[in-house]
Ligand binder design. Structure first.
Ligand code: CA2
Length: 146
């Protein structure tokens, strides 16, 4: 039997404010639009996606661990500001061994110096930065092809 790949999309702190705050940096697509764009792309690709957003680091770690127990095939993660601080998220992605792609709507490398470090990148099979919300769709393609 050929069952669909399952991909979990995780968004970290403040990403629920997408399209509401700072559109000059993060664009005007809101979180519901993002969910719809992702669902449409997943349908085209023939993969099954679910989305999770939290403002809390431990809840993000729990979601990554749960992906392992649920036998998820791939993770797309925008860890928000935890990108630049969280060894716990790095450890979680390394621990579960699920192919993971890091996505950022803006390009943190061209912004403040404190955004230049990404702890999680080391555990990821890809990193898409500065492509707006399109980056999530590119990440889906990457994982669907794995
Ligand atoms: O560009 C990205 O996607 C970021 O991961 C967004 C994070 C930021 O801390 C990273 O450096 C880069 C979160 C930004 C603040 O959250 C907002 C998100 C959307 C709209 C307004 C605020």
């Amino acid at each position: 039997m050929n069952s669909k790949k399952t991909i979990l999309i995780i968004n970290g702190p403040n990403m629920n404010l997408l399209g509401i705050r700072q559109p000059e940096i993060y664009g005007s697509t809101d979180y519901v639009d993002l969910e719809n764009l992702i669902a449409a792309e997943a349908e085209q690709l023939g993969v099954s996606v679910s989305l999770f957003q939290s403002n809390h680091e431990g809840d993000l770690v729990d979601a990554i661990q749960q992906a392992y127990f649920d036998k998820v095939d791939g993770i797309v993660i925008n860890p928000g500001a935890y990108t630049h601080t969280s060894i716990a998220l790095l450890d979680a992605v390394k621990a579960v061994g699920i192919p993971t792609v890091e996505v950022h709507i803006s390009d943190p490398d061209t912004r403040e110096e404190f955004r230049h470090v990404s702890y999680i990148r080391d555990a990821c099979v890809g990193s898409i930065r500065g492509h707006g919300v399109q980056g999530y769709l590119e990440a889906l393609h990457l994982l669907a092809e794995q």
